[in-house]
Structure formats: C-alpha cells, structure tokens
Design a protein around this ligand. Structure first.
Ligand code: SAM
Length: 334
C-alpha cells in the first residue's frame, strides 16, 4: 500500500548501495588522502547479503517503489552481482531495475547482467580527454575502456545513460565534447551539478557549474529545445537537439533543487535507510532483518520512517549548510 511523507511525497525509488568500496578514487568523491590504504571500509559481515537485500527490497516494492538502482561505491566490485539482479528482477514485472557504474568492470559483465534482468545501465564518465579523466579518477584509468564498456553494454541490449558530474575548473571544458560524442548514438547524457555531498571533498559553491550554463554551452553549438517532464519527480531537466540527434538532461540539484518531487530512499551497504542524500543519520534496517522480526514488522518500520520524512535539504541549502557534517556518497550510494 502506498505511503506518503509529511510533504505528501510517495515512496517510488530505492537506491541500493551494495558496497562502500570503489576501484576509482575520483578526486571529488573518494579522494586518496581520505580513502587511502588505511581507510577502514565496512567488513564483509556488516554488508547486507543478497538475500537480505532482496527481502528488504520486496517490502519497499510492496510500499510502492517501482524503480530500483543498484549503486555504491562501485557495485560491480560485489562478486556475482548478477545473482542479486536476478533476485530483484523477480520481484515484479514492471520494475525499472538499473545500475550505476564507473564502467571499469562492465564490459565483461554486461551480458550476464542483461540476461539476469537488468533493464538499463548508467555509466559515469566525466571527460573524454584521457589526461583529464585519468587525473579525475586518480587511478590512471583510461577513457577508452569506459567507452568500450558503453559499447559492450549497448551490444548486450542494455539502454545506456552517461552521467557527467561537472566541476568548475576540472572538467567543464569536456561538456561540449561529451555532448558531441554521444549525439546520435541513442545514449542519453546527464550533466550533473557538483553537489555538497560528504565532508571530504571540500565543496564550495564556486565549484558548481550551473545547469543553465551547461545547457547554454551545448546549445550554442547544437541548438536545443526543452522536453516536457515524462513523470512527476523526474530528476533531469531534458532538452532535445533540434536536428533530431537525441537528447541531453541536466540535473540542477544545487541551482534548482527538486525536493518537492523527491520520491527517493537510499539503502546503504550495511542496511541503513536514508531518506535524503544529505541526511546525517540512517535508520537501521539490518538490525530488524537480523532479528526475528516478520516482514510485517519490517514494513511497519519502513512505513514509519517515510511517514515522518520532512527532508528538503537542497531547498534549504546555504553556503553554511554546505559545511555541515554529512555522510559520504560512496557509503550512502550515489
Ligand atoms: N561507482 C559508481 C559510479 O561511478 O557511477 C556508482 C557510485 S558513484 C558515487 C555515483 C555517481 O555519483 C557518479 O556518477 C559520481 O560521479 C556521482 N557523484 C559523486 N560525488 C558527487 C558530487 N559531489 N556531486 C554530484 N555527483 C557526484
């Protein structure tokens, strides 16, 4: 049965983080100075098992969730992820089941993921300039392999979206190149404003390239026109190329926050439920799952959290809130 929060927002999307580890060290997300050799990631026993994720997700689906996104950390670091995909796909016929990945391990996994029931994939790629990209991921990973992974996913029948986080002075010069590269390929690109998630990236408002600036830069080269939102709560503002070569989207979470339509919950790899990307504390669902609680009790706990939900951080954001203590995106799930 559908559940609404205090601002009458339904629960529609669940982002499931399956690991807090990553094989990249993107300078704006998991900088090496913080996530170095001595960083203590979650021990294995603390991670939800695939069975536990399936059980929790089933309850979310019963509460009205119809879009599931597997994320992390880097989700493909979790061994045999296709087994989880298969379990989640079996939860309902019309579920949108997707995965966000940096692409490093995608080429070898694309077919099994598609066969297991993944409906589409989002690949993060912040630059086509090999030097810039290697410096951003900070593990010297080449662009060509991510492009290869995108092709492999597409060949496996998975629709692909490309996520580009734009940070002033780092990769803003890559925006038009990326738009050009993917025009006409059928792969939609989403340009994302750099957000003040976590506490380790030293975010400043000056680092944000406003979505309007991104649209103007692309539109100057390839004329664009706005596309009507497809559904309530659509995060991306979409634009189509006037010459019919496809569309792009921008996610203006900083300059035009969309909390009023936010229908997303996040499950961390250790089973904590977060009702906002900027929440400081999660609700421990693992403790419930590992007790002798019934599914009805799990349902009641999730429902109670959602019904009390008041979060609208991005609408309240100021230069000061940007400095508050917050959980890391790699932990809570991007
Ligand atoms: N490892 C996977 C990947 O690279 O897509 C999934 C997790 S990653 C945290 C998910 C997305 O969050 C990536 O596209 C990443 O660029 C984005 N991201 C990380 N930090 C961000 C920030 N401060 N603002 C906006 N997006 C961010």
């Amino acid at each position: 049965m559908e559940v609404l929060d205090t601002l009458a927002r339904p629960l529609r999307d669940l982002r499931i983080s399956v690991t807090d580890r990553c094989n990249f060290r993107c300078v704006y997300c998991m900088p090496k100075e913080v996530f170095g050799h001595d960083y203590r990631f979650l021990p294995r026993r603390e991670l939800l098992t695939f069975e536990e994720i399936e059980r929790v997700t089933r309850v979310f689906v019963e509460l009205g969730v119809h879009k599931l996104r597997i994320t992390g950390g880097e989700p493909l670091l979790r061994r045999e992820l296709e087994l989880l995909v298969g379990r989640l796909a079996a939860l309902g016929g019309d579920l949108d089941l997707t995965l966000t990945t940096n692409g490093a391990l995608l080429a070898q996994k694309a077919r099994v993921l598609a066969a297991a029931g993944l409906t589409r994939v989002t690949v993060s790629l912040d630059s086509l300039d090999d030097e810039v990209f290697r410096a951003m991921n900070d593990v010297d990973f080449p662009v060509a392999r991510v492009l290869g992974a995108i092709d492999a996913a597409s060949d496996a029948g998975l629709p692909v979206k490309v996520n580009v986080v734009v940070k002033r002075g780092l990769n803003e010069s890559s925006v038009v190149d990326i738009a050009r590269r993917f025009r006409g390929t059928g792969h939609a690109v989403r340009f994302i404003e750099y957000m003040d998630v976590g506490a380790t990236n030293g975010w400043r408002m000056d680092d944000v390239v406003p979505a309007a600036e991104i649209v103007a830069a692309i539109g100057a080269e390839f004329p664009l026109e706005p596309v009507e939102p497809a559904y309530r709560g659509e995060v991306a503002e979409r634009y189509r190329y006037q010459d019919g070569a496809g569309e792009i989207g921008v996610i203006a979470s900083v300059t035009q926050p969309f909390c009023g339509d936010c229908t997303r919950a996040r499950l961390s790899a250790d089973g904590k439920l977060y009702t906002c990307l900027f929440a400081v504390r999660g609700h421990d669902l693992r403790a419930i799952v590992r007790s002798d609680a019934t599914d009805e009790e799990l349902d009641a706990a999730i429902r109670a959290v959602w019904e009390r939900r008041t979060d609208r951080y991005s609408e309240l954001r100021t230069a000061d809130t940007g400095r508050l203590r917050k959980v890391e995106m790699s932990y809570i799930g991007g």
